[in-house]
Design a protein around this ligand. Sequence first.
Ligand code: HEM
Length: 419
Amino acid sequence: MTATPDVHLAAPLADPDTFVDGPPHDLFARLRDGDPVAWTPEPAPHSGFWSVTRHADIVAVSRDWQTFTSSRGVALEELDDEQLAHRTSMIDTDPPRQTQLRKAVAASFAPRVVNSFETFLRGIVGRTLDAALPKGTFEFVENVSSEVPVRVLCRLLDVPDDDHVKLTAWGDRLVGHTDPELADVLLHSEESEQYRLLPFRSPAALEVFEYGRELAEQRRVQPGEDLMTKLVTAEVDGGPLTTQDMDNFFLLLALAGQETTRQAISLAMLTLIENPEALTTLQERPELLDGPALDELLRWGPPVYHMRRTATRDVEVAGVQMRAGDKLAVWFPSGNRDERVIPHADVLDLERRNVDLLTFGKGGPHYCLGSFLAKLELRVTLQELVARLDTAVLGGRPERLRSNFVNGVKRLPVTVTTR
Ligand code: HEM
């Protein structure tokens, strides 16, 4: 590996504590300017990784999946072959197999299908807001953002609405694996060794697998139009998915389908509270949510911090020499604020046109499968919210997830008045 100008500059990115107040935008700006592909040391026994912070480099790495494979995992945890054999799902699989896996479920996320949810979604959002807003002071994540996406997930899976409670709790335990408040077992603890073959090293995965297997059994007997029916009838490499493939695929969908969108809603609310003029703009011109404002809010508050890739050969990125086997993290919040591509990137501008958004990835085969659905959920939630809100301020300090992977808001106390 080649020496970099300041080996310590990017070091905080390996530490989840760096993110407890949100993305470290100042650090990202310094890296983009001075060390855009920065070596990021990790505590032993981990190997360290390259932090890629400029927009163009993030897109180039995401696009070149042959050189930057997902098949060693997309989180920074280093996995041996046995772990990979147990834990791999579509997101950590390269084409052509990934293409086949994606095809098995892609129709469920097509715009035409997703658009048919709008009336149902507006009903959920309306009921949720009408229960929450009259309280005046309340915790927004529990009362609003965690209510909406998980109910859409229940509908995609065609499971009882009451199951949303378990699905939310599992999601929290899985993505909370670096947060002492939420993790059953902390990621790098000795105790986590016994769970090393499970996604996120979390015992919550076993409960998700069991739930998925029971559902799969029901769908084999009585197929429907739901996502699980798609999985049990899928043909990949000329045969059905194995139980392990099903477990991991189901877990990916159950998690991706709710956690990130929940964060997107919380982060957008936080943005509107911290920038009251933006709330006023939307109140006066709600039609902006059908256009540029939605992408701008997603640019400002991206729920996923990074994806990891692994170099398959010796390669240069932006003049920095990497070796085969090196890990890289592409940092989406940084690319979203790169002045080289987004003029005045540090300004929140709800009328900004053609935002070159990295929030869902960009340019590669893994571009978020649920992006259209996530945008619909965010748009409908914000439209209904803005129509009801008069003022909104913080009712206490927001609490973030301790994670350098998910830009999570655990608690968002708010005080609101309505129109
Ligand atoms: C605002 C909400 C969301 C954000 C920010 C988000 C973000 C992302 C990102 C960054 C990736 C990886 C892109 C890459 O590596 O190039 C991804 C992949 C994925 N997302 Fe989302 N996502 C969101 C909502 C959803 C929803 C609602 C679903 C529905 C199930 C979903 C399902 C997936 C799946 C299945 C993948 C893996 C795709 C593949 O490997 O081909 N996401 N998402």
